[in-house]
Design a protein around this ligand. Structure first.
Ligand code: EPZ
Length: 421
């Protein structure tokens, strides 16, 4: 298997641009199924999860083509309403096809996603929402089968904030009969981006970015010709963290700083000087050590769970003791053992990790357990003494476009070693 090799100790320097957001693209691809004509989606990141989603809608019968960073989707040929285990098991966001297929064609059969390294990842809230709109849901042989002649608008209250459930139920409600009100929805930019796309398709939605979204069902939606995906705020935070970890001087461009408000506050609290412009953040080198700074992950606009691992990497070299509380995923500390192998001092107590800053990290061979854990190991390796190897980089390639190349372009000593076998 391929691995990333990093010689630590280089201060990063220069300018690097953020790609389009993976998690904002995935729901838009699913939304394109709803159209009566083709859609064009620009600024997509060229990462594995996007290719997997394109492959999935291809299996359903849609035509899709990726050229440069533009994806075109023609849903006209969709005749199959089943998402198979082989694809769903590799990417849980496949569940996003449930809502669109059910509401447009009256039937969907999707393999149950199951858990993964970061937690159980249930879909009960997705299914509850569809049921409230009148769908008949059956679970058998590892599949969820949903049927409904015509979904009906409903009042749906989520008892937990879920990005996926908010999006999936919304994708179903846009073609339902009547009005749907969703309470306690996710406010993530990915949700707002999906609504923006749906509105361009002709959907009637209000309240995105607040706790309540209201949707008036329409008869038909059309394709969208000119939609551009927003920048990836998690990639942006990852690149900023890499710059900070090496005491670098880096300008990170093509991002929306407001989407990273709390993360940037924490960076400042840790003692790093940064300059924020309309679409960029510049990190300045600092002297001495970072200040140990606590975080608690929470739904947007809280501290993103998808930056928790990267924050932990930063705290391994801070002065004092930092506490990280993971409130979203029950098992998102798989990177702790690997960071420990690099000489960090971390204790886990339930959903809390206590990181005692050390003077230096030492290079080691480590293994990525998920996408963000992999990013954290790369960040740690950039500052470690010696040559580290990060294995299982397919996790990283699911969601970061050319992370190795981007880091190399700002001075990192990094390359991918391909497996000859
Ligand atoms: C999205 O996952 C992201 N994935 C995740 O990013 C991210 O960590 C997560 O949101 C939280 O921000 C995509 O956008 C593709 P949730 P999602 O439904 O939608 C519980 C990455 O690294 N829950 O908001 O699956 C669930 O167990 C990935 O890019 C239920 O209980 O997350 C969790 O505790 C990893 N029942 C919480 O809600 C449900 O039906 C939040 O999950 C659904 C979720």
């Amino acid at each position: 298997m391929d691995k990333i090799v990093i010689k630590g100790g280089k201060k990063l320097k220069g300018v690097v641009a953020v790609s389009g957001s993976k998690n904002a693209t995935l729901p838009v691809i699913a939304a394109a199924i709803l159209g009566s004509s083709p859609s064009t989606i620009k600024n997509i990141p060229l990462v594995r999860d996007i290719r997997t989603m394109a492959k999935l809608i291809g299996l359903l019968g849609a035509k899709s083509e990726i050229k440069e960073h533009t994806l075109t989707i023609d849903p006209a040929g969709i005749k199959n309403y089943e998402a198979p285990y082989e694809l769903v098991k590799t990417m849980r966001a496949s569940i996003y096809v449930l809502g669109p297929l059910l509401t447009k064609y009256g039937y969907a059969k999707v393999s149950l996603p199951g858990g993964c390294a970061i937690g159980a990842r249930p879909i009960n809230l997705h299914l509850m929402g569809m049921k409230k709109m009148g769908a008949k849901i059956e679970i058998a042989h590892g599949f969820v089968k949903a049927t409904a002649k015509k979904l009906k608008g409903a009042r749906i209250v989520f008892d937990k904030v879920s990005v996926g459930a908010t999006i999936n139920v919304m994708l179903a409600a846009v073609l339902a009969d009547g009005e749907t009100r969703l309470d306690n929805v996710a406010k993530e930019p990915d949700v707002v981006g999906a609504v923006e796309f749906l509105k361009l398709m002709g959907a009637q939605i209000t309240g995105e970015g607040t706790d309540v979204i209201t949707i008036k069902g329409v008869k038909k939606l059309h394709g969208v010709k000119d939609f551009s995906v927003m920048p990836d705020r998690i990639e942006a935070a990852t690149l900023i963290s890499a710059a900070v970890m090496t005491k670098g001087a880096v300008k990170i461009t093509h991002l929306i700083p407001a989407q990273l408000a709390l993360f940037l506050e924490k960076i400042k609290e840790a003692g790093v000087k940064i300059k924020t412009d309309k679409n960029s953040v510049t990190v300045f080198p600092y002297k001495g050590k970072l200040k140990a700074t606590d975080i608690i992950t929470a739904p947007y606009p809280g501290f993103p769970t998808d930056v928790q691992a990267q924050w932990m990497a930063l705290m391994t070299l801070a002065k004092g003791e930092a506490v990280i509380k993971e409130e979203i995923w029950e098992n998102r500390f798989m990177h702790v053992m690997e960071l420990t192998r690099m000489g960090s001092d971390i204790r886990v107590d339930g959903n809390m990790a206590i990181i005692k800053g050390v003077n230096k990290l030492s290079a080691a061979n480590v293994m990525a357990s998920d996408l963000r854990a992999g990013a954290a190991l790369i960040i740690a390796a950039l500052a470690a003494d010696g040559v580290s190897e990060v294995h299982r980089i397919y996790h990283i390639e699911r969601g970061y476009e050319g992370l190795d190349k981007k880091l190399k372009s700002i001075g990192a000593n990094i390359y991918i070693e391909k497996d000859g076998n």
